[in-house]
Ligand binder design. Structure first.
Ligand code: SF4
Length: 374
């Protein structure tokens, strides 16, 4: 059993408010850890509920860590969630903004919510001990860091796991107890699925009977290997699901792409037109494209938005560079040198001017949603 240093205090119960993540979702990282939520969102305990290299997912789902965490929502304290990094919690008082959080009344009045895993609590709140009778419905995998690129915002060396598929076969073996309940699957938040030896096999031989309820998939990729040949290698049952493409690009021109990605912009664009063709043919449900902006590429934000519209992206995500522990951060220098969104950065005023002149805002822009954050 995992040791989790949980800080337990006397709690005065207030009104329950439940978050969909610990009641419906499982997030698995490249170490095989099952995480309660994003690590930076959790405080007073470790975000890790268990590890799939040594434990079965079904056992982890109702272990003491998960039960204790869920009870922090039913007693209304939310004492393990960090309001400084979780926007749902920061907006707890605003029902329109706290999309992940639901009161007992909201759950009971909503057919979908009342039939979800929330029912283990809402049907018998007085006896709820954190155990759920239902299994998770959403699975987020970030399990293989193998990638064909080494972007400076992410890593400083190329990594392709050549050690074979045994390690991830073991992890997947311990996941299979929950896959029958999964309706939504996201892969792979850690590397690129087309560069991964394990995913190549998993997608080609997709284990259809392990996922009888799968309806939707979010496919994360840099698209440099998302060509016709690689796409049609994927099992037809997998491709027949509702597939959302989330493609990280970071640039809108060849010269900047070379700097921030170090690969061929021409190959990328050929593949992006193929991805757009899949959308037009109905083989994809949606496209979103992502730019992590910093000093090296922020000047292309307006052109990036135009590119997204040309590619028929319904969502364009433009977010600032984050300080990851394993990142190389910058082309020349340090994270601080690239972090142009910081008001103290010497070029911050130029970013601000560009944003104002081009009226770049968070929200709908015609048919496109711009997820822009400072
Ligand atoms: S309230 Fe925020 S921090 Fe807590 S589980 Fe939900 S999303 Fe994560």
């Amino acid at each position: 059993m995992l040791e989790n240093n949980i800080d337990i205090r006397d709690i005065t119960a207030v009104n329950p408010i439940l978050c969909t993540i610990p009641f419906n979702q499982v997030l698995v990282d490249e170490l095989g850890n099952v995480n309660l939520c994003c690590g930076s969102h959790i405080k007073n305990m470790s975000p890790v509920a268990g590890n799939l290299f040594s434990e079965d997912a079904k056992r982890i789902w109702n272990n003491e860590v998960y039960k204790t965490f869920r009870q922090s929502f039913t007693d209304g304290s939310l004492r393990y969630c960090n309001e400084k990094s979780c926007s749902a919690l920061a907006n707890k008082q605003s029902p329109e903004a706290r999309l992940l959080l639901h009161t007992l009344e909201e759950i009971r009045c909503d057919e979908h919510l009342s039939k979800s895993n929330y029912s283990s609590f809402s049907d018998s709140p007085d006896t709820f001990d954190g155990t759920l009778t239902g299994m998770p419905t959403r699975l987020y995998l970030g399990i293989d860091p193998s990638c064909n690129l080494k972007c400076p915002s992410c890593r400083d060396a190329l990594f392709i796991d050549k050690s074979g598929t045994e390690r991830l076969d073991t992890l997947y073996g311990n996941l299979r107890s929950i896959t029958p309940g999964i309706e939504f699957l996201e892969l792979d938040g850690s590397g690129d699925v087309f560069a991964s030896k394990w995913y190549n096999k998993f997608l080609r031989d997709f284990p259809v009977s392990d996922f009888p309820n799968l309806k939707e998939i979010k496919f994360r990729s840099n698209a440099v290997l998302w060509n016709r040949k690689n796409w049609y290698r994927i099992h037809p049952t997998f491709r027949a699901k509702k597939i959302h493409a989330c493609i990280s690009i970071d640039a809108a021109t060849e010269s900047t792409y070379e700097v921030v990605r170090g690969d061929s912009f021409q190959t990328l664009m050929e593949n992006m037109y193929f991805v757009r063709e899949l959308l037009e043919n109905g083989e994809l449900e949606s496209i979103s494209i992502v730019m992590i902006y910093r000093k090296s590429n922020y000047h292309e934000i307006p052109v990036f938005i135009q590119l997204g519209k040309e590619l028929k992206a319904d969502t364009i995500i433009i977010n600032p560079l984050q300080a990851w522990a394993q990142s190389a951060y910058s082309i020349n220098g340090t994270f601080e040198d690239e972090a142009i969104h910081h008001p103290s950065h010497p070029e911050h005023h130029r970013l601000k001017q560009l944003i104002d002149e081009n009226n770049i805002r968070y929200g709908n822009d015609g048919d496109t949603f711009i997820d822009f954050a400072w």
